[in-house]
Unconditional design. Structure first.
Lengths: 795, 100
């Protein structure tokens, strides 16, 4: 029987899906024999639309992408993808792509197309003028967890080594800085100890502050599969003020007033100690208790938990929380053969985000649910390279590449030496963190800012306040991006960049895994890879400032072809010179190794031979981590060698419950929380241009609890006003048993002025991590009208 | 005319019921299922808009726990986009005031 091309493709699709669940389909042999091809070439890379690092293969025909399939042998996703990832090819071919540099002297003018020579000259002159007149700290770089590691690394190198400023920040400050703070203060080292594979060995999965079914659907599939395959033996707890699609698989949904989870987590610790569910030997061997600046004993710690007996905590938490529920959750957590906690922005985007992270980590240290298969305290990351590029590559104002603190002279000198620039060139003072940076823009202290691959004019909290600064005529703003955004609308210079698979580079995903995506298509028009843009800009900057040190920052990369050789040389410098011997050692993860891997390499991985095994699955455990062996200070199986704890111990923190920065009151009686919807990515500059995704959710809406809706006379689809002390929006209501009574939940992707929820959100931030409290503020809610026809909007 | 391969996961107790439901949907072919509640399906639609609507509808169904994509071929549609025959519909106008 002759098989048509479409029959062949359909059978290929069926076989692909069947192979993942071990089903044999009768036509497998016929498809093999048909000899038809659905693509000329398959190129392996990573999806870029969340932090999981799902591996995909892009199928090319005649040089154009025509098909996508998951990589079945990848340990990140075992071949599964989600709908966002499936449709990204439409971004590549989209007619709105930026193709030429655009410039305007005044922000009141229209943009005009200019040549790259002119564009780079202008960028160099403006930054040089700012440095000459106002000093290096009048310049700034604001990057992204979606930029490749090579890009972040090179930008920060030129800013620190060249312009002599640590004003290097990125949007990961808005999403996972509190997890960094939590890991450093609890475990002495950033990033999770384990990885995704713990899910398949766990017996209790504690999900808190994460709607993973929508934000990380492929990871949720693993959690779901673990539960469904072990219905009686695996417990899933979902703790969240909002019932979400993630709750579908939970044995228990703990619903509490926003922000009161600090009390709930303390109460779980209380139960663990009161009922002697803790791991005495683990604590004795590896942990100490901390209260403020003091080291205390367990009795003191337990006494400080006295305000959080389950019964007292239940009163604080409200919702459906009872003392018995807290006791049950603590018992499941402590007694299971392996407990994995998973959290995301619900924990991190908080005034007390670091403390909330500490309190989750406490539960794991107390119970010894760490460093063994099936147990981990696991922060999920929102962006594909927040970990790899920004946390590891030096993309925040206080850290240099390789987890080095700016404030430590010895560590600065190591970096200067690696770069071949004079000692003392990197300033000792950390730069502005994100909120301080945009405050400085508002105040005119920053005269030239480069914004790469992100849109702070939409993504900052209390955004109207900071848009005023970005709109200032005396602030020169460059944006590198693939599409117009609300931020490019405020720029002087827009530089068009290559997209994913149009350039080569590495992303480091949530589980410490670095994975390469190679260039296989050309970027449209005259768009360039960012690494080329930075190099060419820096060369001009050196001439403008007559500064050979700036030239030296990019000299090792001069003349290299931008598609592959240039990023490879940058990666080599970063990994070989700056991660060697650090806890994030990627010396073995060369391009050669990464290209061989179906997935990638989990650091530390000091040799190519070891990296080819996939690297370190569980940090600090001598059985799994060679660095634990080489850093061993005794014969114990776990060695917590992280750089932040001189005593090499895990720290159990006494942290009191403190509410949100802005709690509801008589005038603003509702909690507002915000989050992501499955179809859209951040500010919708990409997914809003994919009609299928836009049509599925063309505008933001607000979820209102049915009892609140009844009291206020709000019916499904009615237009509702949300007003805070900072701003107001109006959007349609969805009346649903989602948010707890007294709370509304709005999606944040919509860039329409009437519906941009970040105008309402408060810009309070965590005193340690400086991460803003996107998740909680106070609003008043008012019905405006019945349903109204709305127009979707993308800039 | 995109073609996608999917693993749709449901509670094993209702697998047969969902297989029947899916089999009756236009554009959906069910190729098999297993005792764990995994259903292997191919979705073949006229446009990716239709496919997305269909998948989105499945994701919203409280009985369906996960819709996992494993393969997508959109060659026909991409050829049309590249040739100019099909232009992705943008149901709104871009602001022109600042552009050349």
């Amino acid at each position: 029987m002759v098989m048509t091309r479409r029959d062949f493709i359909k059978k290929t699709a069926a076989l692909s899906a069947a192979s993942f669940v071990g089903l044999n389909l009768p036509f497998a042999k016929h498809v093999d024999q048909a000899g038809a091809t659905d693509a000329d070439k398959w190129v392996r890379g990573s999806c870029r639309l969340c932090g999981l690092g799902c591996r995909v293969e892009l199928g090319l025909k005649g040089g154009k992408p025509v098909a996508i399939r998951g990589v079945a042998k990848s340990r990140t996703n075992f071949g599964y993808l989600c709908m966002k990832g499936m449709l990204f090819y439409k971004v590549m071919e989209h007619p709105d792509r930026l193709k030429m540099p655009l410039y305007r002297e005044s922000k009141k003018d229209a943009f005009r197309e200019i040549s790259w020579d002119e564009a780079l000259d202008i960028a160099a002159k403006k930054f040089a003028d700012a440095k000459k007149e106002f000093g290096g700290d009048s310049t700034a770089y604001y990057g992204s967890g979606q930029a490749l590691t090579e890009e972040t690394y090179l930008f920060q190198k030129v800013m620190r080594g060249g312009l002599q400023t640590n004003n290097v920040e990125g949007n990961p400050r808005l999403c996972m800085a509190s997890a960094v703070g939590g890991y450093l203060t609890s475990f002495g080292a950033d990033e999770p100890i384990g990885g995704y594979s713990n899910i398949e060995k766990s017996s209790c999965i504690f999900i808190i502050g994460s709607n993973m079914a929508e934000a990380h659907p492929v990871f949720f599939r693993r959690v779901m599969r673990r539960k469904m395959d072990n219905k009686d033996t695996v417990k899933v707890i979902n703790a969240d003020p909002r019932v979400s699609p993630t709750s579908r698989i939970a044995d228990m949904h703990m619903q509490f007033r926003p922000g009161t989870d600090l009390a709930m987590l303390n109460a779980m610790a209380y139960v663990i100690i009161e009922e002697k569910l803790f791991d005495k030997k683990f604590i004795s061997d590896y942990a100490v208790f901390k209260s403020g600046k003091n080291t205390v004993d367990m009795d003191t710690y337990f006494a400080e938990l006295g305000d959080y007996t389950p019964e007292k905590a239940a009163v604080i938490c409200g919702g459906n929380i009872t003392g018995d529920m807290i006791r049950k959750a603590a018992r499941w957590f402590a007694k299971s053969n392996g407990t994995v906690s998973c959290w995301c922005m619900g924990i991190n985007q908080r005034k007390r985000g670091v403390w909330a992270n500490n309190l989750i980590n406490n539960l794991h240290i107390l119970t010894g649910q760490l460093c063994k298969p099936g147990a981990d305290s696991f922060s999920l990351t929102g962006q594909p390279n927040a970990c790899g590029g920004v946390r590891e590559g030096g993309g925040l104002c206080h850290i240099l590449p390789g987890h080095r603190l700016v404030k430590k002279e010895k560590l600065r000198n190591q970096v200067e030496s690696a770069w071949g620039i004079p000692a003392g060139r990197i300033p000792p003072k950390p730069g502005y963190h994100t909120m301080a940076m945009f405050k400085a823009v508002n105040e005119g202290k920053i005269k030239a800012i480069w914004i790469n691959c992100t849109s702070p004019a939409q993504s900052l909290p209390n955004v109207d306040l900071y848009r005023k600064g970005m709109a200032r005529e005396d602030v020169f703003m460059v944006c590198t991006d693939i599409f117009p955004t609300l931020t490019t609308e405020l720029a002087n210079l827009i530089l068009p960049t290559a997209f994913h698979f149009e350039k080569t580079g590495v992303y480091g995903c949530t589980e410490r895994r670095s994975q390469i995506t190679p260039k296989c298509c050309d970027a449209p028009g005259e768009a360039h890879a960012e690494v080329w843009i930075v190099r060419e800009w820096a060369k001009r900057l050196a001439r403008e400032l007559n500064d050979p040190v700036i030239e030296q920052c990019v000299a090792p990369f001069d003349g290299l072809e931008e598609g592959y050789d240039l990023p490879k040389a940058i990666w080599d410098e970063y990994t070989q010179k700056l991660t060697k011997g650090r806890d994030s050692d990627l010396t073995g993860a060369t391009y050669g190794v990464l290209e061989q891997m179906h997935d990638g390499v989990q650091w530390p991985a000091a040799t190519e031979e070891y990296a080819l095994t996939g690297g370190t699955v569980i940090k600090f455990a001598r059985e799994y981590d060679p660095m634990a062996e080489s850093h061993a200070k005794d014969d114990k199986p776990f060695q917590f060698y992280g750089p932040a704890h001189p005593d090499k111990k895990l720290w159990i923190w006494s942290r009191p419950y403190k509410g949100a920065d802005e709690e509801p009151d008589a005038e603003y009686p509702f909690y507002l929380s915000t989050g992501r919807i499955i179809d859209h990515w951040h500010t919708t500059s990409m997914t809003g241009r994919i009609p299928e995704l836009l049509r599925a959710n063309p505008y933001s809406f607000v979820e209102v609890n049915p009892r609140d809706a009844e009291r206020m006379g709000i019916k499904p689809g009615d237009m509702v006003e949300l007003e805070s002390r900072r701003g107001r929006v109006e959007m349609p209501a969805k009346v649903v048993e989602g948010p707890i009574e007294g709370m509304v939940f709005a999606y944040w992707h919509d860039m329409h002025e009437d519906r941009m929820i970040n105008k309402v959100v408060k810009d309070a931030f965590d005193p340690g991590s400086k991460e803003p409290e996107f998740k909680i503020c106070a609003v008043k809610v008012r019905r405006l009208s019945g349903p109204k026809r709305l127009t979707p909007y993308v800039v | 005319m995109p073609i996608g391969g999917f693993v749709i996961s449901v509670d094993p107790d209702i697998r047969e019921e969902i297989v029947t439901m899916l089999s009756e949907m236009e554009g959906v072919e069910v190729h098999g299922s297993d005792a764990k509640g995994n259903i292997v399906a191919v979705i073949d639609t006229e446009t990716s808009e239709v496919m997305d609507d269909l998948v989105h509808g499945l994701q919203k169904d409280p009985q369906i726990l996960s819709v996992g994509l494993t393969y997508l071929n959109a060659e026909d549609e991409i050829e049309k986009i590249v040739s100019g025959e099909l232009r992705p519909e943008i149901p709104f106008g871009r602001k022109k005031k600042n552009r050349p």
